[in-house]
Write a protein that binds this ligand. Structure first.
Ligand code: FUL
Length: 708
């Protein structure tokens, strides 16, 4: 007994001597703060938009909505929060005020607030209800209060900034601890502004005095990260939900075009997608993307809720690249999430649970080519599978290339490899290759660059092997890897792809091929009773084609819904405002090809805005909605303020829709406008009165849907 004790004590003494001799590696580069570490661990959260704008069926309210329209009779914060929780999301950000300026809490700063609405008879506080629901569900809570305020009469003057700061003070004092304070980048433009209905421009780098304004967040919510261009967490620069394949958590903000320094609240967001290797600050990316097309609820998008396959792609390209996944949820006018959204979230959450339930790395014997100071306890490979993000396998200071090998006693099948660094020591690794032992040879199956807090390498196919090795190929300093995970993505039957050619023939395919595909054209869900797809079929009208793959065991895939406009095979361009070499290109606006686009010339003296295009649809039809698809690459000529007119004779025109394509620059998705009343027309005219960039207009596609 005594002898044993001596041995044990001896061991401890030896270990602590070694640990003293070779301590932890020195941290490398910019490091995360405590609140950034907490944020990195959260990985997934939601952003809820629900204001009078929902009731106006818009993406940006103008600031003139009567508070009386805000009457969500079935509002239930828990329904929304719990649906997010089911999706695997761990935090909720509520938009307490959007650009329309309507405050969802009874603020003292403006009368344009929830107390003027019928909600809870003017006694409601929606921010509180969301906070309570989030805490009850064990979720973190955060707030977004838009700096741009299209209602406030003082917007543009210093008085407004004071009001805005007081709004933040109210929000940061009365709703408990926040994990994030979210600052949006859209600023200035036209609005109601206390009834003035004018355009107000501000210099976003100076107007809000960000240093001081963010100081309120620092003072009242010290545990919260600030999300903003150049905040603690940076905007990834797009609203598709994707960080770059190489995305560094470190970032040196660069000034926007025309400026010499990057100031708080303003950076060149193009550069933000990939971060900066060895950047000055730890400023990881957040990828924000709505669950539907837009951030607000629109009934005509009920079938455009992202599928599990789409959400998982976003997950891999955000969370899987060390960034945050921020999914936009849009309650409907009743004040709850539509059943399709609830289902999509639940299915996604179940998928993630199933995927991460079994970490195959935990049953492997893991050996490393080198262990720091041979200290297995502090720096050994067992730290790679203990679910602790900060215990780690490390190499000696001079060892910058190394490998770990995972060996199982029998073959395993998987396609996802997860790697994490102990980011308390910075982002160190620059390149990794993954090899599997297949047919008695090591074969490269994957690779990755930036690792950081979390990196998922998703192989295109499942591999089966009993040996896997991770080769760290490039690192400026020793290695401090905290996690290796190996997972098998739950099998899903391939989602069918639905396409229609220029002549209106619909083809449905799936890759890899499946037992059978069944489809509908009447808007109902495909079932085993629906027709089996055999060969292309004509579908010239507008409407939804839905398809589902079925396996031999009668299991089915998710449903693909393709919403078609009226087929344009008989359409011709009648006139365009600019008739020169650009003319043939005008056909690009009606060629049913989203990749090509038509644009006018950027020459304001020759051709000032507005500019327009007139289309002859070949025959008269009753139009229910019109649509504008912006160009895919670049933002030049993307229309901001639009007008749609119709005619039966190409002479007398009636305006059927006009307004702004709100948020189109950040989220360039198809803009569908449902007409107030259906309109008879053979000719349609689309005009752009202003564009997001340049003095011209462009369009990838223009289209219409008819009444059923
Ligand atoms: C954008 C806003 O303009 C959108 O309306 C939305 O709130 C999105 C999350 O941020 O910049």
């Amino acid at each position: 007994m005594k002898k044993q004790l001596v041995t044990i004590l001896g061991c401890f003494a030896f270990l602590s001597m070694t640990a003293q001799k070779i301590g932890p590696p020195a941290p490398y580069g910019a490091l995360p703060t405590e609140s950034q570490l907490n944020w990195q661990e959260l990985e997934q959260y939601v952003l809820v938009h629900f204001t009078p704008t929902t009731f106006q069926n818009k993406e940006w309210g103008y600031g003139d909505a009567d508070p009386k329209i805000f009457n969500p009779v079935k509002f239930d914060a828990s329904q929304i929060v719990n649906a997010a929780k089911d999706g695997g999301f761990k935090g909720v950000i509520f938009v307490a005020k959007h650009h329309d300026g309507f405050c969802l809490w009874p603020t003292k700063t403006t009368s344009y607030n929830i107390s003027k609405s019928p909600f809870r008879n003017g006694k409601g506080d929606m921010v509180k209800e969301f906070e309570v629901a989030a805490r009850k569900a064990g979720m973190k809570f955060g707030l977004y209060c838009s700096p741009w305020d299209r209602n406030n009469e003082d917007y543009g003057k210093p008085e407004y900034v004071e009001k805005y700061r007081n709004q933040l003070r109210e929000l940061y004092s009365n709703y408990g601890e926040l994990f994030i304070t979210w600052f949006d980048g859209a600023n200035g433009g036209d609005g109601y502004y206390g009834g003035k209905n004018e355009k107000r421009s501000i210099d976003r780098s100076t107007y809000y005095g960000w240093e001081k304004t963010w100081g309120i967040s620092r003072e009242l919510q010290p545990g919260a990260v600030i999300f903003a261009d150049n905040g603690d967490v940076r905007w990834v620069g797009n609203e598709r939900g994707f960080a770059n394949e190489t995305s560094w958590a470190t970032f040196t903000p660069e000034p926007i075009a025309g400026k010499t320094v990057a100031v708080p609240g303003e950076t060149d967001s193009e550069k933000a997608q990939g971060g900066t290797r060895n950047g000055k600050f730890w400023k990881p990316a957040e990828c924000d993307v709505p669950l539907r097309n837009g951030w607000f609820y629109h009934a005509n998008e009920d079938n455009q809720v992202k599928s599990v396959a789409e959400l998982f792609e976003i997950y891999c390209k955000s969370v899987g690249r060390g960034a945050g996944m921020d999914i936009g949820l849009a309650p409907n006018t009743e004040g709850v999430l539509h059943q399709n959204d609830v289902k999509a979230l639940k299915d996604f959450g179940d998928f993630l649970k199933k995927l991460f339930a079994d970490n195959l790395a935990q049953s492997a014997v893991i050996t490393a080519s080198e262990v720091r100071g041979e200290n297995q306890i502090f720096f050994g490979t067992k730290n790679l599978t203990d679910n602790d993000r900060y215990s780690y396998w490390a190499t000696s200071d001079e060892v910058k290339k190394a490998s770990v090998t995972l060996e199982w006693d029998k073959e395993q099948t998987f396609n996802i490899i997860r790697l994490r660094e102990n980011i308390k020591l910075g982002q160190r690794i620059e390149k990794v290759e993954i090899e599997a032992f297949i047919n008695k040879n090591w074969k490269k199956v994957g690779e990755a660059t930036s690792i950081g807090a979390n990196r998922l390498v998703r192989l295109p196919n499942y591999i089966t092997t009993s040996k896997l090795r991770i080769l760290i190929k490039e690192s400026p300093v020793s290695i401090a890897l905290s996690d290796v995970g190996v997972f098998r993505e739950p099998e899903q039957l391939a989602l069918p792809k639905i396409k229609r050619d220029k002549d209106g023939n619909v083809s449905i395919t799936s890759e890899p091929t499946v037992n059978q595909i069944r489809y509908t054209i009447d808007g109902t869900e495909p079932t085993l009773q629906s027709p089996v797809y055999a060969s292309p079929f004509p579908f010239l009208s507008s409407g939804d084609v839905k398809a589902k793959s079925f396996g031999t065991d009668q299991k089915s895939s998710e449903t693909t819904t393709q919403s078609f406009n009226v087929c344009k095979k008989d359409w011709r361009i009648s006139t365009v405002t600019f008739e020169n070499e650009e003319k043939e290109k005008s056909m690009n606006a009606i060629d049913d090809n989203a990749e090509t686009f038509w644009s006018t010339a950027d020459n304001p003296s020759l051709m000032p805005l507005p500019q327009s295009i007139v289309i002859d649809m070949g025959s008269e039809m009753e139009i229910a909605s019109v649509s504008y698809l912006p160009r895919k690459n670049g933002t030049g000529g993307i229309v901001k303020n639009y007008q749609w007119e119709v005619s039966t004779d190409n002479r007398i025109w009636t305006t059927v829709a006009q307004g702004e394509f709100a948020n189109i620059k950040s989220n360039p998705v198809e803009q569908n406008i449902v007409l107030k009343t259906a309109a008879k027309a053979r000719y349609i005219k689309f005009s752009g009165k202003s564009s997001v960039e340049g003095n011209y207009i462009s369009a990838a596609e223009l289209g219409v849907k008819t009444i059923k």
